[in-house]
Design a protein around this ligand. Structure first.
Ligand SMILES: [Mn+2]
Length: 495
């Protein structure tokens, strides 16, 4: 079943199991059959390559020019004798011999557009010579492998990647040895793995990459030369934080797909539905629109579960009178949206729910209004929090700002892009995309009137900062009480 991409593109093979058995039987016997085996595989892979180049597949990916421009911008920012190193993500095992769907390291993808494991990118400001070639950018990638490709689909290989990218110095991964590195011409190494301090946490987040970092260490140690260790994080944060039009188009698409899911959950929700059924409706629309992944595990929590910020169990039955908080979004060609809506199970907010909801909505409006070029990133949180604090104090739920914080314990915003929690500048400027997502969560047992218990509300949209007014990329999903109640009356494909 995991050969779908390969098989789906080929008319030669109609039954993958039969074909596999056929090929396995052929493989070990003799030289003639070995040649036949190779020929069949190359035909299959050739057909796959042909199919992928046709209009049958999506063609709205980031362009090679985009990736080339990002490498150029990065190279500008390193020192004259600096060498920057980026590793592709490894394939991760889920259990036994089953792996997770491959997810590329986002920095690596940003700079290369390559969606394969076992690859290393080297960038230099000034040209250096590696394997007889003088240039400022070199990539080592996995070799083609007919047997592997039978199982998991086409590997680009050197020629394939040269065609796809604007890189000229493309080598196979097995050429990367200690002697390959131009250490004599280098005085510092930029990587993601060098900072034990404030960026240390990022190392832990990409745990499997430490194996690759260790390999780099051993390559450098082999040269017995002290090199300054620098982090790529600050440079990448500056670059990735300001989105280019090509990136904005993909985030917008991810947001629009996410909106379809949210709107259909609003239309289809009813008492007795399970949280996972709301998730199923949501993710149906993501997949149906060509989203490769969810941007993050879908959060669908009813009543008290809405008060668990990253609740992803999604197993409870949604009862009449409860609110369902859905924090779900699609990832499209590597870019994630991040959208939250909170909707009543029976299509109508109770009086208490409405009071809390209106505070969060006002807080979000205040936050969105603060998304202006030149203003501090932290100003968005300040604007939203002020409204939440005042609202909670007015309703007698909190006595002061400190108590109010218990009910709104997370920040209002984060940058959004290749990572759902993306990197970006502390001062807003045109091209920044950030979430605005205030919330109020009052779990049962809280020190307030019981009528507020088990109400959890978050409203989250994806905001593009421009020279003029901020643009809400997820505005297609209603946010007001009246609009949500109206949407709830609409016809779902699932109702
Ligand atoms: Mn978010």
């Amino acid at each position: 079943m995991r050969c779908i991409k390969l098989m789906g593109a080929s008319v030669i093979i109609s039954n993958e199991i039969d074909t596999f058995i056929f090929l396995i039987q052929l493989k070990p016997k003799n030289m003639k059959n070995k040649l036949l085996f190779s020929w069949i595989l190359s035909m299959v892979i050739g057909m796959d390559a042909f199919a992928q180049s046709s209009s049958l597949y999506p063609n709205d990916y980031l362009s090679p020019e985009f990736h080339a421009s990002r490498r150029a911008a990065f190279k500008e920012k390193i020192s004259d004798k600096g060498m920057a190193v980026f590793f592709a993500s490894q394939v991760r095992v889920r259990n036994n011999d089953i792996t997770y769907q491959y997810a590329q390291n986002k920095n690596f993808y940003y700079l290369t557009g390559l969606d394969e494991p076992n690859a290393v990118l080297f960038l230099f400001k000034k040209p250096v010579t590696i394997l007889g070639k003088t240039d400022t950018e070199f990539i080592f990638i996995q070799n083609r492998d007919p047997f592997k490709e039978l199982w998991t689909g086409k590997i680009l290989g050197v020629e394939g990647f040269k065609q796809k990218s604007h890189m000229e110095q493309v080598f196979t991964y097995d050429k990367l040895m200690a002697s390959t590195l131009p250490i004599a011409q280098v005085d510092s190494v930029y990587s993601l793995y060098r900072n034990e301090g404030i960026f240390g946490k990022y190392e832990r987040r990409e745990e499997p990459l430490t194996r690759m970092a260790n390999m780099l260490d051993s390559l450098i140690i082999a040269h017995n030369k002290p090199l300054a260790q620098r982090s790529t994080m600050q440079i990448l944060s500056k670059l990735r934080g300001i989105k280019h039009p090509e990136e904005i188009a993909l985030i917008k698409k991810a947001a629009e797909i996410s909106v379809m899911g949210h709107n259909d959950v609003m239309r289809s929700i009813k008492p007795g539905m399970k949280e996972y059924q709301a998730q199923a409706i949501m993710e149906y629309h993501f997949k149906n629109q060509g989203s490769e992944y969810t941007g993050y595990p879908s959060i669908n929590g009813a009543a008290g579960n809405a008060c668990v910020l990253h609740y992803i169990t999604n197993l409870k039955e949604i009862k009449a009178g409860e609110l369902l908080l859905s924090d779900c979004a699609a990832e499209y060609h590597g870019y994630s949206a991040d959208v939250t809506r909170t909707v009543p199970a029976n299509g109508k907010f109770s009086e208490a729910q409405k009071q809390i909801y209106e505070i969060v909505l006002q807080a979000q409006d205040a936050g969105i209004a603060a998304c202006k070029a030149g203003l501090p990133f932290s100003g968005v949180d300040a604007a939203s929090r002020k409204v939440v604090n005042e609202g909670l104090i007015k309703l007698g739920i909190a006595a002061n700002d400190k108590e109010a914080r218990k009910y709104f314990p997370h920040g209002t915003s984060h940058h959004l892009g290749l990572d759902v929690h993306d990197m970006g500048p502390r001062t807003l400027e045109a091209g920044v995309v950030l979430t605005v997502e205030p919330g109020i969560y009052i779990p049962a047992g809280s020190n307030c009137d019981q009528k507020w218990w088990d109400i959890g509300v978050r409203i989250e949209d994806d905001i593009l900062v421009t020279q003029d007014a901020p643009i809400n990329l997820s505005a297609g999903s209603p946010r007001t009480v009246a609009e949500i109640e109206k949407m709830a009356k609409g016809k779902s494909i699932f109702k």
